[in-house]
Design a protein around this ligand. Structure first.
Ligand SMILES: Nc1ncnc2c1ncn2[C@@H]1O[C@H](COP(=O)(O)OP(=O)(O)O)[C@@H](O)[C@H]1O
Ligand SMILES: [Mg+2]
Length: 376
């Protein structure tokens, strides 16, 4: 009895992995926009800094695309791919997760007939590659996988809704964007693609550089911060739903999170941990939660900081100290930084979404990283 009682009192704020569709704050408009494009056969480039909810949004759009529009949802995770073989494995796994029933049987029969070592079952190309790198030639296998939307169409008039997540990593495999284009350019009638990525610099290169194969091939869609009000309503409801009150802690929490989706959830998670069942959160609870949140992130921030060049470190500090204006004379002087150096560092920090432009001001994307830096 005791254990089942304890299990019901679990923290409702998830911050370490993509959310289930029913757990996400807002994103109704974004979901509808994605679906509209998918149904219309348009390709979308979805971009936002890391941890803004791209993968969560994709999963929600996929679920609704399947339920409302009869699309076949396929999510391919391209995180840290480095070779054709990696890419083939990711596509094979994605279809293996996506297909069920008669359609799965049909596709499996097709894959077997190719004789390329592909399968939706346990002994597909990933298993074969593990046993023997030379057992399969990944390139023909990849060609076959990239053509699967055509097979789905033949198999019953299905339209595939395919998300290629962590798309910036396509840059790590030479000519992969060319190979992708050679297939998907003929698939507008059978498949809709979403390319999701978190590095604005790389995403822009892939889609806005005239010399690259995917130039101009997808509608850009930026995922923004969440609205304070949406965050507030969610926090209030979830505290209430677990027999707690968010009370006066809500204000500082929302102000500190600055609409950053993952940071809002992390802070809420920490706050919830401080508040006993049946109680209402106080400012003291909030202070403890905030400090423990920063402490939890210390190692991550430290690693990120060490990964930056000195000019980038100085520029981040200048942005913070200059309250969004890094080029003030006294600020530049303080960090022994010249304007040209700061400008080129700023460009790099924007390309990696560490800093973003906000009107005429610059701001550090992650509000907790900004706080950590300002305490250095
Ligand atoms: N719409 C949202 N509502 C609530 N939390 C969100 C939302 N979007 C993102 N998050 C938070 O951010 C975390 C990372 O989300 P994820 O979808 O993996 O982001 P991304 O793919 O952009 O890196 C989630 O665990 C959750 O805490
Ligand atoms: Mg993601």
């Amino acid at each position: 009895m005791l254990s089942s009682y304890m299990i019901t009192d679990t923290n409702p704020f998830i911050y370490s992995h993509p959310l289930e569709p029913d757990d996400i704050i807002d994103r109704d408009g974004e979901t509808q926009t994605l679906l509209k494009h998918a149904v219309g056969g348009h390709f979308v480039r979805l971009y936002a800094p890391r941890k803004y909810g791209k993968t969560s949004l994709i999963q929600r759009a996929m679920r609704e695309g399947e339920l409302q529009e009869g699309l076949i949802p396929v999510v391919v995770d391209l995180y840290r791919i480095v070779s054709w073989a990696d890419v083939a494995v990711r596509f094979e796994r994605a279809y293996s997760r996506a297909l069920k029933g008669a359609l799965r049987t049909k596709v499996e029969e097709f894959l077997q007939r190719t004789g390329l070592g592909l399968s939706l079952g346990a002994y597909g190309i990933s298993a074969k590659l593990q046993l023997d790198q030379k057992a399969v030639d990944p390139l023909p296998a990849l060609h076959a996988l990239l053509d699967l939307p055509l097979r789905l169409e033949e198999g019953g008039g299905y339209r595939a809704f395919i998300a290629l997540d962590e798309f910036q990593d396509v840059m790590k495999v030479p000519d992969l964007d060319g190979l992708l284009r050679s297939h998907i350019q003929y698939q507008g009638h059978v498949a809709s693609y979403v390319f999701a990525g978190s590095e604005p610099g790389l995403m822009r290169q892939l889609f806005e550089d005239k010399d690259r194969p995917l130039y101009g091939s997808a509608v850009p869609m930026r995922l923004d911060r969440l609205q304070n009000q949406d965050i507030g309503e969610y926090m209030t409801a979830r505290f209430k739903g677990t027999d707690r009150g968010v009370g006066e802690a809500l204000n500082p929490l929302v102000t500190t999170a600055k609409g950053h989706p993952q940071r809002a959830m992390l802070l809420a998670h920490r706050l919830w941990e401080e508040v006993p069942k049946g109680d209402v959160a106080t400012l003291e609870h909030w202070e403890l939660a905030y400090e423990s949140g920063l402490e939890e992130l210390d190692a991550e921030f430290d690693a990120r900081w060490r990964g930056l060049e000195l000019s980038e470190q100085k520029t981040l500090r200048a942005v913070i100290l200059g309250k969004g204006s890094p080029y003030k004379d006294d600020v530049l002087q303080l960090f022994d930084l010249n304007k040209a150096t700061a400008q080129s560092a700023l460009k790099r920090l924007q390309a990696t979404a560490d800093i973003e432009q906000d009107g005429t001001q610059q701001r550090v994307v992650d509000p907790l990283f900004a706080e950590w830096i300002s305490r250095l």
